[in-house]
Structures are given as structure tokens and as C-alpha cells.
Design a protein around this ligand. Structure first.
Ligand code: C2E
Ligand code: CA
Ligand code: CA
Length: 743
């Protein structure tokens, strides 16, 4: 199929690019999302663990403090010394000792009335009155403990067992920070000492949550930059955990720099990962770039190949394939919307001459320029194509009328008529144009092409530099011709109705029957016997001339091979020569019939030679090489020149009937005929005069030296059987000139 303007294919590579970018972006987004989710989750877990560590660290302090107190407060000596108010012992073992040995910040011994009897601060004995600074903080704990002790030991004589292990502990805000206060009863360590409920001394320790305590926690649990403050820290990146007292109030906050293992891992590996992603993106970009380049290269070369497939490489105009497609479409449009189409076949005259004398590059240049000139004469909707060699075709869409078409022909002829400048050389060629105008919906592209070809042939035959409109189809008798065409087709298919008659040709001097020309007849069911003039042109226009021509050739050869006729002449239409394989076909038929090729003569017309076609030249050369003789029919009516006779090589001239008819009526015609005969003889060609009807004509021709005679005077065209009879008579020497008169 021929390409039409469609959506650009360029979008393919763009689409792939977009797709790849989208996929890469999506992938990257998913990876980043997953990674950050994982980082968050891992770091959250790490934080949870650290929160627990702070808790545990604090709990350890809460556990340690009472134990440290009990190490001295559960002791018989301590009970006795308290009762005795042995200041020195108490300081050394119970009060100062706790500060010095365990780093309790403040230590008090309270008597059964809850008044301080001994006090120590930072490991040194101090006046018990400093208790006033903390009394409000300690008092609630003291009250609770006393209540608990009372409850546990109610109605007992000795409270020792009931209250051992009791205590109160709580976190409190203290001195701009926090502290833990722990209170334990002083109890005997053995049964040797007893204690009446309500007579117990209390041991109070206050431990500030200061730097050393916190450092212990942070070192034990590897918590970074652990600190304590009354309000949560606002330092970015820090975590906080509130410290509650037993009644659920916030005392302050632990702050630390949380460990973020995942984030750390990510930030450590980030450069590598980023580099990797970057490398991946660069690779992707390169890949896409390459894809785009290759695909755009492919697109370009595809478009180029498409163009080459449908355009003539020399001129860049559409070639035959595209031309046929356009014609088909123009006809389809015409069928839909009405209107007309004109098809011009244009053939340059004397192009071969330019090629031969100035060389092929000049010839190519001329073709290029001609294509340009013709293109410039066209409207947008029209199509020009190069069909080959020096042949162009133009599809003229919707011409106003036949005058519009003719005006176009004039313009085209004038354009080609201008001198061509071929880079150094100048040349003038002309053109011949055959045109057909179609407005009949049933017409096919093949019809139009054939009809334009016929018109072109007629234009050339009429002399060059002119155009001819194909007239056949415009005729009133179109319908009759259509019917004839159908019937001729059927006749050819079924082999009925067609027949040959044979008109003998005689030796001018001897009167001997030399050969015969086969002439076709058609026995039509309704119209009777039809002469070739009534159906040959239809066959030519409708593409039937090839099968008809081959039928005539086959029939004539079969007859010749079964008779003793020296040779048989067969008319071949110029249209048949557009088949490049004509020579092979003819020789094939001859060979199949068994007739030696030298017993066959082919009659061609001058118009054929005027086409000046290398194909025709080659066909004739092949036929002659095989032994077939070539006769130039109707000689003198056309424009043939001696140079053509030389170029083509012809064996015989047949002087046209119109000359013979006028012989003896004026010096002019007589001398023309005489010079034709002389020309033929000088070129060693035979010469036949056709249409000899009178004895006077016969005598003149014989006198002029004509070789062969053909005409009603000698014999009318004869049916096969009659000619056979003639031949056997002639073989017996009884047939002589004049015998044809009886027919
Ligand atoms: P042509 O080749 O010039 O054939 C001679 C024509 O002149 C024949 O007409 C013949 O009957 C006629 N003729 C012969 N002697 C005389 C005469 O003394 N006086 C007159 N007035 N006419 C004479 P026909 O058979 O009607 O053929 C007409 C043309 O049809 C032929 O002209 C030839 O060009 C063409 N033709 C005939 N048969 C074939 C064929 O098989 N193939 C092709 N392509 N064309 C054919
Ligand atoms: Ca003939
Ligand atoms: Ca003739």
C-alpha cells in the first residue's frame, strides 16, 4: 500500500523515553519511601529501647538508695545509738557515712516525733536545722511511712518484724533540678533489741539527680548527652522523657541525643547510594539518548525507503506505482463526488537524440528540468509522475471542461518547448501529449492509461509537438463499442466467430503467387461479417489487441505450415509493441506451429518507428535475427525518413493504396512512387504495391521496377480453402496474373 499522511511515528521514541523516565521515577520514589519508612521504623525502635534504658537506669537508682540506707539502718547498734543520741556513732555509721560512702547529698535522722536529730550534707555533719529547707518535701513521705508502719505494727509489742522493709521513696523537684528522697525506719537487726511501735527513728536520704548520677545511667546504657531539665529540651534532634512522681506529676525531663542507627547507616552509605543512583540515571539517560538516535535514524531511513519506493530517484516525482495508486484514488473520488479527471501522457520528442549526442548526464539533467517545468504547471491537487525513460503522466483533477484540458496541454507543450540549458550545452526538445478525459464512473485506471496511450500514439503519428484528446469514449457510439468489446472478449475466449482470410501477393514480373497477407474477419451474430476497421481499434483501446494479435499469428502460422505457401504476412498493431516480450511471444507461437521463422513476415506501420523507442528497436532486432522479415505497411502516409529505415532495418516497403490509386493521374504521384521504389531498391529492400485495382496501375508499377503486387485486380482476400486451391493450381503452373479477377 502506498503511504498516506498519518500520525508521526516520531512519538514512539518519545513515548519510550517518557515511559522509562516515569518508571525510573516511580522506582526511585518507591525505594526512597521504603528506605525512609525503614529508617523511621528502625530509629523508632531504637528510641523505644533508649526510653526503656532511661527508665531502667532510674529504677536502679530507686532500688539502690533504700538498700544503701538499710545497710546501716537495719542494725541493733543503730537503734541503740539513736535512742542514746550517740552523735559521734550516728554520724560515722548512719549519717555522714551515707554521704561519704554512697554520695547521698543530704541525710537526716528523724526521732519518733519526726524532728531531725542528726544531719549531714555532701558527706559532712551539719546542723540539723537545715532540715527546714527540705521539711516540706520530706514531710508527706514521712507521714505516709508512719501511717504504713502504724498499720503494720498495730497492737504489737515489737514492731521490728512488721516494719522491716517498709519505706517511702519519691522523686521531687529540688534546687532547680530533681532529687530522690528515700525514707527508711531504723530497725534492729537481731532479736536482741526490740522496738515498741511508734518509737522508731527514721533515716532520710536525698539524692540529687545531678551530673554524677546521670552520668552513671548514661554510661551504663550508652545514652548520648543525657541530661535533666525542668522543661523538655528544644534542641533539635534530642529526645525527652518525663520523670513522674508517685502522684503522677511531672518533676522534669530526661533529655538525650537518641541513637539513630538507621539514619546513621543511611548517612554513611548515602554518598555511595547517591553515586550509584546517579550512575544508574546517567546510564538510563545514555540508553534513552541512544534509543532516540537509533530510532530517529530508523525513522529517517524508513521514510527515505518509503520515499524511494514510490518516487523516481532521478526527478523526485512519484513513480509508476504511486501514480497508479493516485489515479485509482482520483477515480474513486470521482465516483463518489462526480466531476472529471484528465490523464495526460507526455512523451519527450527527440530525447534520444540529446542522450546520444550530449551524453547520459545531459540527458538526466534534461529529464530533471523537464520534470520541474511540468510540475510548475500543476495545481495542488494534480499529480505528476515519471513512468520511465522520457515519459511522464499527469493526473489533472476536476478540469472545468475539455477546453480547460486543452489549455493545460498547450501550457505543458510550451513549457517543454523552451530551450534547456544543460550546463554548457543547450538543447531543444518538444513533447507529444495524449489525453483522456474520464467522467464515466465505470472507467478503470487501466482503461484510462490505455486510452491516454492511444491518444499519445495518435499525437506522435500526427507529427510531434502536439496533443491529441482520446475521442473513442466521448463518442455517441460508446455503448455500441462497449457491447462489441464484450462480444469480442467472448469470441476470443471461446474461439468462435473470428476467422482469417488471405490476400495473395504476386511477383510483379513472374505473376507467381509469392505469399499471402492474413487479414482478420469477425463473423458477428447480429452485425454479420465485420471488417478489421470495425473492431481492431476497440481491441486496441480495451486491451484485447494482444490476445487477438496472438490468435491471428497462431492461426496464420498453422495454415502456412499445412500449405505449401512460401510465406505468410501478419499485421501487428503498434499497441502490441508496448509488450517488451513481444519478440519472444511471437517466436514462441511460430516455434509451436512448426513454421520456420523465415516463412513469416510481420507488417508494421511507420507510426511505430516514429515512437523511436529502444524497446521497439530491440523487438524488431530480435525478430529479424530469428529470420522473421519486417515489412513497413502503408508506406508514404506517415513521416518516416530514410534515417529511420537505416536505424530499424526493414526488409520490405508496402506502398500505400492511396498512392497506387492515383497512379497515372499526375506526374507528382508517379514520381513519388518511382522514388519510393528506387529508395527501396537502393537500400536492398523489397517493395510491394498494395491496392492494385487496374491493369494500368499494374503496368505502371511493373515499369517502375516494383517487385510485388497485391490488390483486387490480382486477388481479393480469400478464405483458407480457396487459397489452398489457388496454391495447388499455381503449383501446376496454371495460375497467372489476372486469375484474381474472377474473385
Ligand atoms: P492493410 O494492412 O493495409 O491491409 C490491406 C487492406 O486493403 C485490406 O483491408 C484489404 O482487403 C484491402 N485491399 C486489398 N487490395 C485492395 C484493393 O485493390 N482495393 C481496395 N480498395 N482495398 C484493397 P482489410 O482486410 O479491411 O484490412 C484493413 C486493415 O485492417 C489492414 O490494412 C490492416 O491494417 C488491418 N488489419 C487487418 N487484419 C489485421 C490483423 O490481423 N491484425 C491487425 N493488427 N490489423 C489487421
Ligand atoms: Ca497490411
Ligand atoms: Ca496497407
Amino acid at each position: 500500500m502506498v503511504p498516506r499522511a498519518g500520525p508521526s511515528k516520531r512519538s514512539l521514541s518519545t513515548q519510550i523515553t517518557y515511559l522509562a523516565i516515569a518508571a525510573a521515577t516511580a522506582l526511585l520514589a518507591v525505594v526512597v519511601m521504603l528506605a525512609s519508612w525503614a529508617v523511621m521504623r528502625i530509629d523508632e525502635r531504637a528510641l523505644e529501647r533508649e526510653n526503656r534504658f532511661v527508665q531502667v537506669g532510674l529504677e536502679e537508682v530507686f532500688e539502690r538508695l533504700p538498700k544503701e540506707q538499710d545497710s546501716s539502718a537495719i542494725w541493733d547498734e543503730a537503734v541503740l545509738s539513736s535512742r542514746a543520741n550517740d552523735g559521734a556513732w550516728l554520724d560515722e555509721n548512719l549519717v555522714e557515712w551515707m554521704g561519704a560512702y554512697y554520695d547521698h547529698d543530704q541525710v537526716f535522722l528523724l526521732d519518733p516525733r519526726n524532728e531531725p536529730v542528726r544531719a549531714a550534707k555532701d558527706g559532712s555533719n551539719v546542723d540539723p536545722t537545715i532540715y527546714e529547707e527540705v521539711r516540706d518535701l520530706v514531710q508527706p513521705l514521712v507521714a505516709r511511712l508512719r501511717a504504713a508502719m502504724q498499720a503494720a505494727s498495730a497492737g504489737m509489742e515489737d514492731s521490728t518484724e512488721a516494719i522491716t522493709g517498709l519505706g517511702e521513696i519519691d522523686a521531687v523537684a529540688f534546687d532547680g533540678g530533681a532529687a530522690i528522697i528515700s525514707i527508711r525506719p531504723v530497725v534492729p537487726s537481731s532479736a536482741a533489741v526490740t522496738q515498741e511501735p511508734g518509737t522508731e527513728f527514721l533515716h532520710v536520704s536525698l539524692l540529687r539527680l545531678n551530673e554524677p548520677v546521670i552520668r552513671q545511667i548514661s554510661q551504663k546504657f550508652s545514652l548520648q548527652a543525657l541530661g535533666f531539665s525542668l522543661t523538655p529540651t528544644e534542641t533539635p534532634g534530642y529526645a525527652s522523657q518525663p520523670l513522674f512522681n508517685t502522684s503522677g506529676r511531672i518533676v522534669g525531663f530526661f533529655n538525650w541525643l537518641p541513637d539513630r542507627p538507621a539514619l546513621e547507616l543511611v548517612s554513611q552509605t548515602a554518598p555511595v547510594v547517591v553515586l550509584g543512583i546517579l550512575a544508574g540515571l546517567i546510564a538510563l539517560a545514555l540508553l534513552l539518548l541512544r534509543l532516540r538516535r537509533t530510532s530517529s535514524k530508523l525513522e529517517v531511513s524508513e521514510a527515505h525507503a518509503q520515499f524511494l519506493a514510490f518516487h523516481d530517484p532521478l526527478t523526485g516525482v512519484p513513480n509508476r506505482a504511486l501514480f497508479e495508486d493516485r489515479l485509482e484514488r482520483a477515480l474513486a473520488t470521482m465516483r463518489r463526488t462526480g466531476g472529471k479527471i484528465a490523464l495526460h501522457y507526455i512523451d519527450l520528442d527527440r530525447f534520444k537524440h540529446v542522450n546520444d549526442t550530449l551524453g547520459h548526464p545531459a540527458g538526466d539533467e534534461l529529464i530533471r528540468q523537464a520534470a520541474t517545468r511540468l510540475s510548475e504547471m500543476l495545481r495542488e491537487a494534480d499529480t505528476i509522475a515519471r513512468l520511465g525513460g522520457d515519459e511522464f503522466a499527469i493526473i489533472q483533477v476536476d478540469p472545468a471542461d475539455h477546453l480547460g484540458v486543452e489549455a493545460q496541454c498547450e501550457r505543458l507543450l510550451r513549457a517543454i518547448d523552451e530551450q534547456f540549458d544543460l550546463g554548457g550545452d543547450v538543447a531543444r526538445v518538444g513533447a507529444s501529449i495524449g489525453v483522456v478525459i474520464a467522467d464515466d464512473p465505470s472507467v478503470t485506471p487501466r482503461d484510462m492509461m490505455r486510452q491516454a496511450d492511444i491518444a499519445l500514439y495518435e499525437a506522435k503519428a500526427a507529427g510531434r509537438g502536439r496533443y491529441r484528446l482520446f475521442a473513442g469514449e466521448m463518442d455517441e457510439t460508446v455503448r455500441g463499442r462497449r457491447a462489441l468489446e464484450r462480444e469480442l472478449r467472448a469470441a476470443l475466449r471461446e474461439g468462435t466467430g473470428l476467422q482469417l482470410v488471405y490476400q495473395p501477393i504476386y511477383g510483379a514480373m513472374s505473376g507467381a503467387l509469392l505469399g499471402a497477407e492474413a487479414l482478420v474477419r469477425w463473423e458477428h451474430k447480429e452485425l454479420g461479417l465485420l471488417a478489421p476497421d470495425q473492431f481492431i481499434s476497440i481491441a486496441e483501446e480495451r486491451g484485447l489487441i494482444e490476445p487477438l494479435g496472438l490468435w491471428v499469428l497462431r492461426t496464420a502460422c498453422r495454415f502456412a505450415v499445412t500449405s505449401n505457401i512460401p510465406w505468410i504476412a501478419v499485421n501487428v498493431s503498434p499497441m502490441q509493441f508496448s509488450d517488451e516480450n513481444l519478440a519472444a511471444r511471437v517466436l514462441d507461437v511460430v516455434a509451436q506451429s512448426g513454421l520456420p521463422p523465415r516463412r513469416l513476415e510481420i507488417e508494421i506501420t511507420e507510426g511505430l518507428l516514429l515512437q523511436n523507442s529502444p524497446v521497439v528497436q530491440e523487438t524488431l532486432r530480435k525478430l529479424r535475427a530469428a529470420g522473421v522479415r519486417i515489412a513497413l505497411d502503408d508506406f508514404g502516409t506517415g513521416y518516416s525518413s530514410i534515417s529511420y529505415l537505416r536505424t530499424y532495418g526493414v526488409d520490405k516497403l508496402k506502398i500505400d493504396r492511396s498512392f497506387v490509386e492515383q497512379l497515372g493521374q499526375g506526374k507528382d504521384i508517379d514520381s513519388i512512387v518511382k522514388s519510393i521504389i528506387d529508395l527501396a531498391r537502393s537500400m536492398r529492400m523489397q517493395v510491394t504495391a498494395e491496392g492494385v485495382e487496374t491493369v494500368a496501375q499494374q503496368q505502371l508499377l511493373v515499369g517502375m521496377g516494383c517487385n510485388q503486387l497485391q490488390g483486387f485486380l490480382l486477388s481479393r482476400p480469400l478464405p483458407e480453402a480457396d487459397l489452398a486451391t489457388q496454391l495447388s493450381l499455381d503449383a501446376h503452373g496454371q495460375l497467372r496474373i489476372g486469375a484474381g479477377n474472377q474473385n
